[in-house]
Design a protein around this ligand. Structure first.
Ligand code: DUC
Ligand code: ZN
Ligand code: ZN
Length: 471
């Protein structure tokens, strides 16, 4: 099957230029001067499908490197399955996800990975890979790490938070980092001082501070910054790179920036929620409404200037990736588990469908350029997690994962129109400039002008190589 995307402005990390994109079956075969009669023939006439992208951007499909589909957590399970979550991703222009296989203390790591493969296989509308969570580290975990790297799972998430659930102590983290230094894996760190947070949570509850907003005040920025600093020191001892997930405190990112200035391979990721939502306006919303915004790391105070700082760090590359940390829990019956006790509210926000649109607002608002949008949402996550140039770029030989994005369109974000299996939207009623018109996943049109044309059996497992952060 030959598909020609014609007349659009093709965006890469180095700029944007008018070009036609020629696709044969699942791959891009050429990026051509508009209207070229290359290959000796009129390409439009010899194509099975011609997509007119005049006046639109053509961007590499989004890579969301941080999702939690159907993950048991907080006494319940995240509400999107691989089927619903990957369809919602496609609607929003994301064509690859990397989901976390969630290991708990006492489980065999390789069994957990097998279970994650079983959940995802045959159920994904787009391509998917896996990171492995390590809840604690023992000899079995180190052996599993070495084995998984060979199976395309080249990154491992560790938690300095959630004692008794996912937590690893410093010695365990150091062991995993030493193993990573040997086998080339990338350690992804949830950096919050979990044991200090648990003390603050108990004290707050004892005082009667039970509302959702206290989720934020019991996880102050110091608990994020301290953990980031400690993890960088451990990575330094091990001689390993470290990647910090879902960063929200400007002080924590400043510590990442200082390490990068010293030449260390330290990387930061943030998420749209930290760029737009705040402790005052959302987590401390009246009544139990703030439960919708309970996730960790928490939202920070708008008045303290975190949002402006995060945008600045996105420009300076001290934050290199925007993911979603998509971990949806419905308000009814799931978030409600924490009524009268914020510590029982399942932590997470669903957002996989709106990352590309929300970060495009940074282009509209002059915070970042078009190329940086593509770099943050697609190219760098592909590189960081060993999928480039299969993913993250429009170039001959790459997978034909393409988004036709209309800069003159609009998107209204609402529970009434979104496709996530979630009974509320964190951005209810917000209208943003820009619209995902058409999405191709490995050459197949999966979204077109408001219709889902994909299937749950289309997505395939991406066996990743080692991180290409140095590429
Ligand atoms: N943070 C969340 O809010 N949810 C899932 C796990 C995490 O680290
Ligand atoms: Zn986390
Ligand atoms: Zn997460």
């Amino acid at each position: 099957m030959r598909t020609l995307v014609t007349g659009g402005l093709v965006v890469s990390t180095t700029g944007a230029s008018a070009a036609d994109v020629l696709v044969e079956d699942e791959r891009i075969v050429a990026v051509l001067e508009p209207g070229t009669t290359a290959l000796g023939s009129d390409l439009a006439a010899t194509s099975d499908l011609v997509i007119d992208a005049t006046g639109k951007y053509v961007v590499p499909g989004g890579v969301d490197c941080h999702t939690h589909m159907e993950m048991p957590f907080g006494g319940t399970s995240s509400s999107d399955t691989f089927e619903t979550g990957t369809q919602a991703a496609a609607w929003g222009g994301t064509t690859t996800i990397i989901d976390f296989a969630a290991h708990h203390v006492g489980e065999r790591v390789l069994d957990v990975m097998a279970a994650w493969h079983a959940k995802a296989a045959g159920n994904c509308a787009i391509d998917y890979g896996f990171h492995q969570i390590l809840a604690g580290v023992d000899d079995d975990a180190i052996k599993a790490m070495n084995e998984l790297v060979g199976e395309g799972v080249s990154s491992f998430k560790m938690f300095m938070a959630y004692p008794g659930v996912f937590y690893s102590d410093d010695g365990q983290i150091l062991r995993a980092m030493q193993a990573a230094a040997d086998n080339g894996a990338l350690i992804m760190m949830h950096a919050e001082n979990g044991t200090a947070i648990d003390v603050l949570v108990s004290q707050a509850l004892a005082r009667g501070d039970t509302d959702p907003g206290f989720h934020g005040t019991t996880r102050p920025w110091e608990t994020e910054e301290e953990a980031v600093h400690r993890a960088i020191m451990l990575a330094r001892i091990a001689g390993a790179p470290v990647y910090f997930v879902h960063m929200s405190a400007k002080q924590a990112v400043s510590t990442v920036a200082a390490a990068r200035d010293e030449g260390l391979n330290v990387f930061g990721e943030t998420c749209p929620q930290y760029l737009y939502l705040s402790l005052e306006d959302h987590l401390f919303a009246p009544g139990f409404e703030g439960a919708k915004y309970v996730f960790s790391t928490p939202l920070r105070a708008r008045a303290e200037g975190h949002q402006e700082a995060l945008w600045r760090y996105l420009r300076t590359n001290d934050l290199s990736v925007v993911s979603t940390d998509h971990c949806p829990f419905c308000f009814k019956e799931q978030k409600e588990l924490g009524q009268g006790n914020f510590s029982k509210i399942p932590n997470g926000l669903g957002g996989i469908e709106h990352r590309m649109d929300l970060i495009y607002q940074g282009v509209v608002d002059g915070q970042i350029g078009l190329s940086r949008w593509v770099e943050l949402c697609s190219t760098t996550p592909a590189r960081m997690f060993g999928m480039y140039p299969k993913k993250g770029v429009i170039a001959p030989g790459s997978d034909a994962d393409l988004v036709i994005y209309d800069p003159n369109g609009q998107t209204r974000i609402s529970v009434d129109t979104h496709h996530m299996n979630l009974d509320y939207s964190g951005y209810e009623g917000t209208v943003v400039a820009g619209h995902v018109d058409t999405v191709l996943s490995r050459g197949t049109v999966v979204i077109d002008q408001g219709r889902f044309l994909g299937s749950k059996s289309h997505g395939s497992y991406v066996r990743r190589s080692l991180s290409q952060y140095l590429v």
